[in-house]
Design a protein. Structure first.
Length: 392
């Protein structure tokens, strides 16, 4: 992780651009350092703790979980209809075999994520226009749209007006319409990012600012939200943050109204020449990063406990501390991943088959010994938990 603290926020880093038809466009940090400093430090502290976690044993599972949740989140924001479970299933399929649009959107996002992570792990990587166009091409390939062409910058004919936003989220906004202005501003955006890097502005500030101004430029006919979130995540990943940058897509989904409203809120403050117009969007982003990192740390702890428990019960079976019936009960609880009502568990075909030639006395004895050994826990709702997952 970069360690510049709040370096770079002591003075404004402005870039004013005169466009041919859109008028003046201004890139600025526009963040009140005093208002975000505590959040910034909390994110840094959380990241430092998470970075010390022994991730080697949980990395694969954590990455798969974040991928599925993130793809579901960013796709749902843009109107995707697949559930999270359906999204997970699609991610396991061969992309070459997928024909329908809903599933194509999912595999496209995954492909863009894979490319983004690879670029971010290249030493010295910084975003450029080619990267943005490539990500857009991957995200929108095979997804029908009346005007969009994958990787091609938007250039509106006079009769078609692009407008973003609605009254429910602070009003609508008309981004640049002329392709020449769009291309100019997109190039200036990546140059401004380079300037932020030279001035040692932390990725925790840079990433949401680039995301915000990218969306104001709105360079493509379709897929801008998905590209903007990938762009933000890639900048953070390149700075040493792992998992959380892509997990932010789910955070944005869960806070979708605030997410949309803040774009308009900050834009209007900028138009009124407010001293810190972008503060609220950056603070929102920092809140999300803090939540995501803490959730990932908690989830990693659970995965480690799961793996240790799995090893523990295998050893208990091998040493005959528990019998095969008890071991089966424990593994089924692990497969379910959540506490099971005891009555429901006893009605399951696999459970009935364990005791088909045994009576209730054996069932009760097996359960009692598992409880005595701390391998299961029966709560007040008569739900059975694996021993490492006791309710708070």
């Amino acid at each position: 992780m970069d360690n510049e603290s709040m370096t770079g926020l002591g003075g404004e880093i402005l870039k004013r651009v005169e466009t041919a038809r859109f008028g003046p466009f201004k890139f600025q940090v526009g963040v009140n350092a005093a208002e975000v400093e505590i959040l910034f430090q909390r994110v840094g502290d959380a990241q430092a703790r998470f970075a010390k976690f022994p991730l080697a044993h949980v990395a694969t599972q954590l990455e798969q979980e974040v991928l599925a949740s993130s793809v579901f989140g960013t796709n749902s924001i843009e109107g995707g209809t697949l559930t999270e479970i359906e999204t997970k299933r699609v991610l396991s399929l061969d992309p070459a075999q997928i024909r329908d649009v809903e599933r194509r959107r999912v595999v496209n996002i995954k492909a863009a994520y894979d490319l983004a992570r690879g670029k971010a792990e290249t030493p010295g990587w910084q975003p450029d226009v080619e990267f943005i166009q490539t990500i857009h091409a991957m995200i929108t390939e095979g997804v029908p749209h009346p005007y969009n062409k994958p990787g091609k910058i938007r250039d509106n004919p006079k009769e078609i007006i692009t407008s973003v936003g609605d009254e429910a989220h602070g009003g609508s906004y008309k981004p640049p319409q002329y392709g020449g202005d769009v291309r100019l501003l997109l190039g200036q955006l990546v140059e401004w990012h380079d300037e932020l890097v030279r001035n040692k502005v932390s990725a925790l500030i840079r990433a949401p600012l680039i995301h915000y101004y990218y969306e104001l430029i709105h360079p493509f006919w379709d897929g801008n939200g998905r590209v903007g979130r990938v762009l933000e995540a890639t900048i953070l990943h390149a700075a040493g943050f792992r998992y959380a940058p892509f997990a932010m897509a789910r955070y944005y989904l869960e806070n979708i109204d605030r997410y949309y409203t803040l774009f308009n809120h900050c834009r209007k403050l900028g138009e009124r020449k407010d001293a810190g117009p972008n503060t609220s969007f950056v603070a929102f982003h920092l809140e999300g990063m803090l939540a995501c990192i803490n959730q990932l740390h908690d989830r990693a702890n659970v995965i480690v406990k799961f793996l240790l428990f799995e090893t523990q019960i295998k050893r208990a079976l091998d040493s005959r501390e528990i019998n095969f019936r008890q071991y089966t009960i424990l593994t089924q609880l692990l497969v379910q991943g959540e506490p099971q009502p005891l009555d429901k568990l006893r009605q399951a075909p696999w459970y009935e088959s364990l005791y088909i030639k045994r009576g209730d006395k054996t069932r009760r004895r097996d359960l009692r010994k598992l409880k005595e050994k701390g391998l299961v826990y029966l709560d007040t709702e008569n739900c059975l938990w694996p021993g490492f997952m006791r309710p708070e």
